[in-house]
Structure formats: structure tokens, C-alpha cells
Design a protein around this ligand. Structure first.
Ligand SMILES: *[C@@H]1O[C@H](CO)[C@@H](O)[C@H](O)[C@H]1NC(C)=O
Length: 130
């Protein structure tokens, strides 16, 4: 009697513990990196930490801004990594607009003119190419 109860609970507890251990040991689920280009702007989503480290993103100057709307002209190619917030970018000449946000690594080409509208308070690192 007793041993069958023991065997039953072992039959449940042991596989349960093992599967929990297995889940714990699996690498954390990571979203797939994705890159696309719109109006000549390259947007990298879910860049792996290794890429950000390689670029030295955290050593780049930091910029913060509350909600605002300004015209902007890129005097140099600018790569930025958005830590927080959301920005609507409208390309000059009624070409169109798109949004970028937290976690995006974005490269704007030199000479591009846009309207930069911060929709949600922004924190970013940026790097200008000489
Ligand atoms: C962007 O604006 C600058 C100055 O306003 C202008 O000289 C330049 O031709 C514009 N670039 C484009 C691609 O329209």
C-alpha cells in the first residue's frame, strides 16, 4: 500500500522536477533579430546583445527628450540605439513616415531631412560617422 503511494508520487514528482530543471537550463527565449530598410533607413529589431557590445553602444553619447516635434537634418550618418520611448519619423517631401522605438538599432543616412516627433519620452545612444 505505502510503496505504491510512494511509487505514484515519485512517478509524478520526479518528472516534474526534472522538467522544471530542464526549462531552467534552457536559454532564455530570445526574439529573432530582424532587419529591414525603409526610405534608406536601416532598422534592426532584437539585435543580439553580442552585436550591441561589439558596436560599443553603451559607450556612445546619450540623448534624452520628452515629447516634442522638430525638423531634423542628418549632417552625418547616424546610428542610434533606442533605450526607451517611441518616435515617429516623417521623411521630407511627403515620402512617408514610420515609427521606431525601444530596442531598435537604427541607421539614418547622411543628408536625410526628416521631422522627428517624440511620441513617448526618449532615451537613446547615438554615434555619428565622420
Ligand atoms: C536637406 O536640407 C538641406 C538644408 O535644408 C538641403 O540643403 C538638402 O538639399 C536637403 N536634402 C535633401 C535630400 O532633400
Amino acid at each position: 500500500m505505502k510503496s505504491s503511494v510512494l511509487r505514484l508520487s515519485l512517478g509524478i514528482v520526479v518528472p516534474l522536477v526534472l522538467s522544471l530543471l530542464f526549462l531552467k537550463l534552457l536559454p532564455k527565449e530570445t526574439a529573432m533579430p530582424k532587419t529591414y530598410e525603409i526610405f534608406g533607413v536601416k532598422i534592426h529589431k532584437n539585435s543580439p546583445q553580442s552585436k550591441l557590445t561589439e558596436l560599443g553602444v553603451t559607450t556612445w553619447p546619450k540623448y534624452e527628450s520628452g515629447p516634442s516635434k522638430i525638423p531634423w537634418s542628418f549632417k552625418a550618418e547616424e546610428t542610434m540605439y533606442l533605450l526607451e520611448g517611441k518616435v515617429k519619423v516623417t521623411v521630407e517631401g511627403s515620402v512617408g513616415s514610420f515609427e521606431i522605438g525601444a530596442g531598435d538599432l537604427v541607421v539614418f543616412p547622411k543628408g536625410m531631412n526628416i521631422t522627428w516627433e517624440v511620441i513617448e519620452s526618449l532615451k537613446k545612444h547615438y554615434s555619428l560617422k565622420e
